[in-house]
Design a protein around this ligand. Structure first.
Ligand SMILES: *[C@@H]1O[C@H](CO)[C@@H](O)[C@H](O)[C@H]1NC(C)=O
Ligand SMILES: *[C@@H]1O[C@H](CO)[C@@H](O)[C@H](O)[C@H]1NC(C)=O
Ligand SMILES: *[C@@H]1O[C@H](CO)[C@@H](O)[C@H](O)[C@H]1NC(C)=O
Length: 478
């Protein structure tokens, strides 16, 4: 339990970090605009509201604490749910859920969030048909788990909802430490799988989410939803599916901060993971949801101007990564197969603090570049600390922000052309060169770096080799 004073301090530090990040990079394009500031303000408000709320409302009034001899494991079959999936079990499940929230121990997690003492909604290994969302009760609760069975949407399930919903309608946080574990979630092509809205520290573990039309999993607001060891796909297949061009929906839609997706496979959806919040982390994710050639994306990062996303040790299988105006994006240790590439898309022309390093790219020798720029909305104008380097490339075209080259000539001009390898056109921020002329001591100078071509000229003709290294990122301490 974090003391309230610390929360305030953390909050102030967070806001400070975000604001300084905005000011450092792309100031002209983003500092005046509402979007990210608003989002930060909203987040600050959520937290502040919560802190204030804690002061005035200690616990929900209508769930009086009681010491019960009964087990806190609520078996849904004991509530009359039909584990064969033939009859509708919505009401039984909702009742069991309501009972699980009905008694809590005399303690809380975050102040204002009642501790349900490890209560469980146990699905008894059954498959249950439901016609409405299994929505957590509109009272606070935490330390609770739903697990051990399958849920399937009925043919009249509302298409704008999710099978399981953690949904705090106000900005105050109702749920903390809710675990959804060992579940098969079948949306029956009617809406989404799981939504986690304004919730704290939610775990989704070992879940198989399928046949969704909107989101497999939606995270909105809140804090620290951890999705791990799960399989998410609209259509059940193992790749090369003939319906692939029609795959739709989003595997995991993250509209919040500080979430993590770890060891997850997204095997069918138009977008594997959509990220429109900050400080999210993906590791060990395998995306083969919809190939780039069919218009799909493995990971789509729509957090322009303030991205703060880390992607490590992931596997992009015929589908890649798209990032809009990224500011602080780290892609490393990942494997891009089948011409999969990283697309950096310009909105206001800002790209800052981007590392694409130490990845493997493999393609079919048809000339696909490993990192590409989409400048259809205008060219990148603010380019700072972008490092694309040390990737291993087979069957694709290497792109890099640092490069080295040499040329021998007998004459007065030497030119090394970096235009094919450098990522940004006509941008060299730093050059180092050596003119190696054997025993001679020629006078020479750097003449020209435009068009990513470095030209050195000597006063008198001489036989010499020019060695050049260039950098588009200008990372240094001066
Ligand atoms: C949930 O409860 C709060 C406070 O008790 C109330 O304001 C809100 O309308 C309720 N929401 C729903 C969807 O019932
Ligand atoms: C370089 O060119 C000059 C004159 O054209 C010639 O005399 C000289 O032998 C050349 N040196 C080499 C190494 O080719
Ligand atoms: C530098 O090279 C470009 C072509 O790459 C040329 O247009 C320009 O005139 C050159 N500038 C100088 C100073 O030689």
């Amino acid at each position: 339990m974090m003391p309230r004073k610390d929360m305030f301090v953390n909050l102030i530090i967070m806001v400070f970090v975000y604001v300084s990040a905005i000011l450092d990079c792309g100031e002209s394009s983003y500092s005046g605009e509402g979007g990210y500031r608003d989002e930060m303000r909203r987040l600050a408000l959520v937290k502040a509201t919560h802190i204030i709320r804690n002061g005035v409302s200690p616990s929900p009034s209508h769930s009086t604490p009681q010491v019960s001899q009964r087990s806190r494991v609520h078996h849904v079959t004991e509530y009359g749910a039909d584990p064969t999936g033939r009859l509708d079990s919505t009401e039984a499940l909702q009742q069991a859920l309501s009972d699980a929230f009905g008694s809590h121990v005399d303690a809380h997690l975050m102040e204002g969030v009642a501790d349900l003492g490890g209560a469980e909604l146990h699905l008894d290994g059954g498959t249950y048909k439901i016609s409405h969302s299994l929505r957590l009760p509109n009272i606070s609760g935490g330390n609770f788990m739903i697990h051990g069975g399958s849920l399937r949407a009925s043919d009249d399930f509302p298409t704008n909802r999710h099978l399981i919903e953690l949904w705090s309608s106000s900005t105050s946080l109702l749920y903390e430490d809710i675990t959804l574990k060992d579940l098969m979630i079948n949306s029956n092509f009617r809406g989404g799988g799981i939504s986690v809205i304004n919730s704290l520290r939610t775990t989704i573990d070992n879940c198989y989410v399928t046949r969704f039309t909107t989101n497999g999993i939606l995270i909105e607001g809140g804090h620290e939803t951890y999705i791990r060891n799960s399989f998410i796909g609209q259509h059940i297949n193992v790749g090369g599916d003939r319906r692939e061009k029609d795959f739709s929906g989003i595997g995991i839609n993250i509209k919040g901060n500080d979430n993590a997706v770890t060891d997850v496979v997204i095997f069918s959806a138009s977008i594997g993971i959509m990220i429109s919040g900050q400080a999210n982390m993906l590791t060990g994710v395998h995306c083969y949801n919809k190939a780039t050639q069919w218009g799909g994306s493995g990971v789509y990062i729509r957090a322009p101007g303030l991205t703060q996303t880390r992607i490590a040790n992931c596997y992009f299988d015929f589908t890649g990564v798209v990032a809009e105006d990224p500011v602080q994006l780290h892609i490393t240790g990942s494997f891009f197969l089948g011409n999969a590439f990283v697309m950096i898309k310009s909105l206001a022309g800002v790209v800052c603090g981007v590392n694409i390093v130490d990845n493997m790219f493999s393609g079919d020798y048809t000339g696909v570049k490993i990192v590409q720029l989409d400048q259809s909305n205008g060219p990148f104008k603010t380019i700072e600390e972008v490092i694309v380097d040390r990737n291993t490339v087979r069957g694709m075209v290497r792109k890099s922000t640092v490069a080295r080259g040499s040329v021998w000539r007998n004459g007065t001009r030497w030119t090394v052309d970096f235009s094919k390898v450098l990522l940004f056109p006509n941008l060299i921020k730093n050059v180092q060169y050596t003119l190696h002329a054997g025993d001679a001591f020629p006078s020479h100078t750097l003449r020209n770096v435009s068009g990513n071509r470095v030209t050195v000229e000597s006063e008198k003709p001489i036989s010499a080799t020019l060695h050049v290294s260039v950098d588009q990122s200008m990372v240094g301490y001066i």
